[in-house]
Design a protein around this ligand. Structure first.
Ligand SMILES: [Zn+2]
Length: 157
């Protein structure tokens, strides 16, 4: 019997698989005229939280994709800590979301494109929990293209 186990196929492949799920969330945001950023949280190769940017719909500057996903995942696990979990997010988290990630003590953050202006790494990696590892550049081009075309269309309107 052969079954797919992402652990067997290596992290790089599973990272892409889950980043594609985060991109699906970004597309949902785009359809709702929200800044197209999406996130999923994965534990043991299972998605336990999803989210996309909802700042317009909720009139809430804190309604970033990551915040939605943290809340969903915490509800799923029934606790505030996200040990042994990975956050996949299409764009580098901002300072607020990096701060929230700190409080969750999440194990890994995998993001797509860098945010040269508002990304947390612009302000220093001290924002994250010391136990959190970060991987960047997974499906970065697709993630960045979504954002840049969104803002180009906004300016053209
Ligand atoms: Zn954020």
């Amino acid at each position: 019997m052969r079954y797919i186990n992402f652990e067997d196929t290596g992290d790089a492949i599973s990272d892409e698989v889950f980043m594609k799920e985060a991109l699906k969330e970004a597309h949902i945001a785009l359809e709702q005229d929200e800044v197209p950023i999406g996130a999923v949280i994965v534990s043991k190769n299972r998605i336990i939280g999803r989210g996309h940017n909802l700042t317009e719909r909720l009139n809430d500057v804190t309604a970033h994709a990551e915040m939605q996903a943290f809340t969903a995942a915490a509800n799923y696990v029934g606790g505030k800590y996200l040990h042994d979990c990975t956050l996949y997010v299409t764009i580098e988290p901002c300072v607020m979301c990096a701060g929230a990630a700190y409080w969750t003590q999440i194990s890994r953050i995998v993001f797509g494109a860098r945010d040269e202006k508002r990304g947390f790494s612009v302000f220093g990696s001290q924002l994250l929990h010391p136990k959190t590892t970060v991987i960047s550049g997974i499906l970065a081009e697709e993630s960045a293209t979504l954002i840049t075309s969104f803002f180009r269309n906004k300016r053209a309107q």
